[in-house]
Design a protein around this ligand. Structure first.
Ligand code: MLT
Length: 394
């Protein structure tokens, strides 16, 4: 006799992609302590929090040490000051008009991408391949049926709904995309929204990289007419304000989003109230500051710093005639590995020969085989050096 376990976990790949990479890099570092490794693998930021943010956090720390301004449990959906700042952010920078009640503050886009599946029943899930592993893994954990749509070189890693039959799907879209860096334009996103509405499907839109968009592509799904009736959006300050360690994000579930007579907003509110105790006051004050005009200006200077790195890498691939996507409006560069290598073989080659850590495309799905991802989140100096090292490989 033994307790019953969730057999669905048997269907996951053994190790989470970034844990597997960390394990291999650790083994290499232990065996070669004298080698200088350049890490362009996990999309983790390297620039410190900006001054407007740290000042706001420092002030909040002081308030927490004073009787009159001390705060206990935060509201489970976020303090009104931050929910309002998020509504203003959408109005000012995303051409989208939201209400405070649509906004749920959270501790990370990854957690919300994983948790949001709990409010849905046993629907068919549509996930692009390749994809950020969390969408797939969290649905496998729930035993959901997943259909992959093909993102590949021929559609420049931007699959469309053309040819998809049936309906009542949960559809994951990430734009700018992780891992491919590809970005949907307004017309392409409109097609997805129209498809979702026509087929009674729901889109889960991950906009964690919106700050990197440099042209007029939508930063939010709510820039598309009708999206409030068919889409949930998950966004984060991790990549736009350096919050990967600080943890603050939000999920938008518009009050207009209904399935029959059921409000998804009410369901998510209920789920969060039961299972989540909110983001710390100090962090929410920092997040509010990051979204202020001054904070955003400082954060965007960091985004530009990373995009200078992206351009360095992208220019090198252009010069070498290597196929790639991303590098523009995205901190990721997704490129084709040289003939004869699998993605993991190329990972080992880069690590062993030029001590660069990247992310093998096959870790993001079948269509990622033969591709590789580099991030622009390193320092400028390290990126320059990485480009020189890469030139020896191509
Ligand atoms: C990535 O490298 O894909 C991301 O940093 C992972 C994440 O945001 O969780």
């Amino acid at each position: 006799m033994s307790v019953k376990l969730h057999d669905n976990y048997d269907n996951l790949v053994k190790n989470y992609l970034f844990s597997e990479i960390a394990k291999r890099v650790k083994a290499y570092t232990e065996a070669n302590p004298e080698k200088k490794i350049i890490r362009l693998g996990i999309g983790d930021v390297t620039q410190p929090l900006c001054k407007t943010v740290t000042d706001a956090m420092a002030k909040a720390v002081e308030e927490m040490g004073v009787q009159d301004t001390f705060r206990g449990y935060p509201p489970e959906w976020g303090y009104d000051f931050l929910r309002n700042a998020i509504v203003e952010h959408y109005a000012k920078r995303c051409r989208a008009s939201l209400k405070m009640d649509d906004v749920f503050v959270s501790d990370g886009a990854k957690s919300d991408c994983g948790n949001i599946v709990e409010i849905f029943g046993d629907n068919e899930i549509i996930i692009p391949d390749p994809v950020y592993p969390v969408y797939l893994d969290s649905n496998i954990m729930q035993g959901r049926r997943v259909t992959f749509i093909q993102a590949n070189e021929s559609n420049l890693f931007l699959p469309s709904p053309d040819g998809i039959e049936g309906g009542n799907y949960i559809i994951y879209i990430c734009s700018p995309n992780n891992p491919t860096g590809a970005v949907y334009n307004k017309e392409q996103l409109t097609k997805w929204v129209e498809f979702a509405r026509k087929t009674s499907s729901i889109i889960i839109f991950d906009s964690a990289y919106e700050a990197y968009i440099s042209s007029d592509e939508p930063k939010s799904i709510y820039e598309i007419d009708g999206a409030k009736e068919c889409a949930i959006e998950i966004c984060s300050l991790s990549k736009s304000a350096g919050f990967t360690g600080t943890r603050c994000s939000w999920t938008i579930v518009p009050t207009e989003l209904m399935v029959g007579d059921k409000s998804l907003n009410a369901m998510w509110a209920r789920r969060q109230a039961t299972k989540f105790n909110g983001v710390p006051y100090i962090i929410q004050r920092g997040a509010e500051a990051a979204l202020s005009d001054e904070g955003r200006k400082e954060c965007m200077a960091q985004v530009e710093y990373y995009m200078r790195n992206a351009k360095l890498i992208a220019d090198m691939f252009k010069e070498k005639g290597v196929f790639f996507t991303g590098g523009v409006s995205s901190p990721y560069i997704w490129f084709k590995v040289p003939e004869g290598y699998t993605s993991w073989e190329f990972f080992d080659k880069l690590l062993n020969e030029v001590q660069i850590v990247g992310t093998p495309g096959s870790g993001f799905g079948k269509n990622g085989e033969g591709f590789f991802r580099l991030t622009a989140f390193g320092s400028y100096e390290n990126t320059l050096e990485a480009v020189e090292r890469l030139k020896k490989v191509f």
